[in-house]
Design a protein around this ligand. Sequence first.
Ligand SMILES: [Zn+2]
Length: 73
Amino acid sequence: MLDDNDDWPVGCPRCGQRTLKRIAWLKANTQLSCDNCGATLWYHQDTFLRELDQAQRAIKDFSRTVRLKKQEL
Ligand SMILES: [Zn+2]
């Protein structure tokens, strides 16, 4: 879940569109072009890694609250 082959949407501050990039790609770069308006976007690598870590935790935390329906136990 949210591993290197998954896509991560990056919102453009100019046009609001989201550009999908592979997580592996985002880990290796700090700059991308918006697919919609072509603006050059940049970000801090450490900020991306921190937010990725939080998103992975959120998925784990939510999964811990999911229960099986009785008839499937
Ligand atoms: Zn844009």
